[in-house]
Design a protein around this ligand. Structure first.
Ligand SMILES: *Cc1c(COP(=O)(O)O)cnc(C)c1O
Length: 429
């Protein structure tokens, strides 16, 4: 019987197997037929502590029985208040004081980015109403970026085969070259020149570009980019949707550069990966530009499930885990385990460009045909699936981003499979 389900990022015409998962625990997924898979990519970067974490699952159960959903325009509830305060305390600080002071909820990373862009343009729009500033509306983006799949989020992301059909709907942006090692100064010079044109904002994935191929750049460079924006009064938007919640070795990647963005988008791991929720954090000037007795200046954005109480309760449980457990210690140990194994793997001639940031490790497979639409990635996916592993390479880039509970044996299985993939799919020297 064929399924009526239309899957995301899936070419149904290729008839690839679609495993049916019935249960999950820690880093392991259980299939209907009794087989298991190690989740090597945290179910697309969302699961942090592990699947079905007991504290988060219990919080969801309790909240579902007490208050499930509430209109959030003009009403509030305990879990939303608690999570907002918790986010402000945990977010990057300026001189030890919270600087991101306002929290706007939504439901996905893409919508958190849309909200960030709307806040930035709303800020300039409202300042212009007062005659305090000229209207600014252009957005600067980093080459190879990914910020989500809604129209605004696609507009600020890299263009390619995955959004060509919608090119007519996407708005124009100015692209700053990615700061690869030999192009750091070119990146900063381009940013300086673009900022002089008075754009509204610059949006970046801090320290590592995820979907663009796990491309890493340095903390000092991120710091310098933020400083250039500040000098020109250009709003700095950090998309921490993937980098947040410990992936890069700190709770948020911006901490490593010692910067506080004007606007910060978080999602994915905010509930530990159990249920959708997102938040866009903003500094006081962004909020104050919308605060007035004039109803025309309020922030016109909402979705039905804004700050869903069950999702907020899951996020509150996740924040409690972060406060009470040594999650960063666990991530540091995991990162060390990944580093030794990655070093070993990098000696294999089929691999190049090993890179790691916190609990994210990536390496390129040197293969004869490695473009985005080559069939290498699906063949690798099938190869890993046969070995009981959920991995999803980006073209010829194979990466691991496991939940933090993954153990040494599971890491060994993951790296052994990468080694085997090098043997089978790598170019013959
Ligand atoms: C995944 C991702 C998004 C989009 O998040 P969704 O929840 O999938 O909409 C946005 N930005 C970055 C950096 C991401 O990795």
């Amino acid at each position: 019987m064929t399924s009526p389900v239309w899957h995301p990022f899936t070419q149904h015409g290729l008839n690839e197997p679609i495993p049916h998962i019935v249960r999950a625990e820690g880093a392991v997924l259980h299939l209907a037929n009794g087989a298991t898979l190690i989740d090597g990519i945290s179910s697309w970067w969302v699961t942090t502590h592990g699947h079905c974490h007991p504290r988060i699952a219990a919080a969801i159960g309790r909240q579902a029985a007490q208050l499930d959903q509430l209109i959030f325009a003009g009403y509030t509830h305990g879990p939303a208040e608690e999570v907002a305060r918790g986010l402000i305390d945990l977010a990057p600080c300026a001189d030890g004081q919270p600087a991101l002071k306002h929290v706007f909820y939504s439901d996905s990373g893409s919508t958190a980015v849309e909200v960030a862009l709307k806040m930035a343009l709303g800020y300039w729009h409202n300042l212009a109403l007062d005659g305090r500033e000229e209207v600014r509306s252009r957005i600067l983006v980093l080459e190879h970026s990914y910020h989500g799949d809604t129209i605004g989020a696609m507009s600020v992301g890299a263009r390619g085969v995955y959004n060509a059909a919608w090119a007519p709907l996407l708005f124009d942006v100015d692209t700053i070259p990615f700061p690869a090692h030999d192009r750091e100064q070119a990146c900063l010079d381009a940013l300086e020149a673009a900022c002089a044109q008075k754009p509204a904002a610059f949006i970046v994935e801090p320290l590592i570009l995820g979907a663009g191929g796990m491309l890493v750049y340095s903390a000092p460079l991120l710091r310098e980019m933020a400083a250039i924006c500040r000098r020109h009064g250009v709003l700095f938007i950090a998309d921490e949707v993937m980098t947040g919640w410990g992936r890069t070795g700190t709770l948020f990647a911006c901490e490593q550069a010692g910067i506080v963005p004007d606007i910060m988008a978080v999602a994915k791991g905010i509930t530990g990966g159990a249920i959708p929720l997102a938040a866009t954090l903003a500094t006081a000037p962004i909020f104050d530009a919308h605060r007035s007795t004039d109803r025309a200046r309020l922030f016109y954005h909402s979705s039905s499930y804004t700050a869903n109480a069950i999702a907020c309760a899951a996020a509150a449980a996740n924040l409690a885990i972060w406060r009470e457990e040594d999650v960063l210690g666990r991530i540091a140990a995991l990162a060390e385990g990944m580093a030794t194994r990655l070093d070993e793997l990098a000696r294999h001639p089929a691999f190049a460009h090993p890179r790691q940031l916190g609990a994210i490790a990536a390496i390129d497979l040197v293969a004869p045909d490695a473009g985005y639409l080559s069939d290498l990635a699906p063949r690798l996916r099938a190869f890993f699936l046969e070995r009981g592993l959920l991995l999803r390479p980006l073209g010829n880039t194979i990466y691991l981003m496991p939940p933090y509970c993954v153990d040494a044996d599971q890491l060994d299985s993951l790296f052994a499979a990468l080694h085997a993939a090098g043997e089978i799919f790598g170019a013959q020297p």
